[in-house]
Design a protein around this ligand. Structure first.
Ligand code: TYD
Length: 132
């Protein structure tokens, strides 16, 4: 795998489950921002970018989606299909999301605030950055 996967410990009891994402469960940064994608229309895809400096961890807390990851040399797929499964999106990892289930809620922890200048949205430009 070109991206680190996290199997977050499942806590909980007879009332139900609970998952914590923090440094004790392996998150390597302090989240300054949390956002989530939901209500994604059938057949829609999202992402299609990399970040220059931002670190993120994405988890489908409900439903599932498929993420394509590309480090400029290797391209691979991961199904995010468990609220306990996180994928790390470090800087310079191109990502695309597909096949969202109707109930998909994709939660993302981000190491910094939103900054459009940190995005690389052009795949050709991404490949050029990678070869520098
Ligand atoms: P974008 O990151 O392009 O979405 P995706 O990668 O999932 O396809 O974001 C969509 C829009 O939302 C874009 O106009 C930027 C805006 N946005 C913010 O204003 N703040 C944020 O924290 C995020 C993630 C997006």
């Amino acid at each position: 795998m070109i991206a680190k996967l996290y199997n977050f410990p499942l806590l909980g009891d007879a009332r139900g489950s609970l998952i914590v994402m923090d440094k004790h469960s392996g998150v390597p940064f302090t989240a300054k921002r949390v956002y989530y994608l939901f209500g994604t229309a059938e057949g829609e895809s999202r992402g299609f970018h990399a970040h220059k400096k931002l670190h993120q961890i994405a988890v489908c807390v409900s439903g599932r989606c498929r993420m394509v990851l590309d480090d400029g040399a290797v391209r691979e797929d991961v199904w995010l299909d468990s609220p306990a499964l996180g994928v790390e999106l470090p800087p310079m990892l191109w990502h695309e999301m597909y096949d969202f289930s109707n109930d998909c809620v994709l939660l993302v922890l981000a190491s910094d605030y939103y900054d459009e200048s940190d995005y690389i949205r052009d795949y050709k430009e991404f490949r050029e950055y990678c070869s520098k």
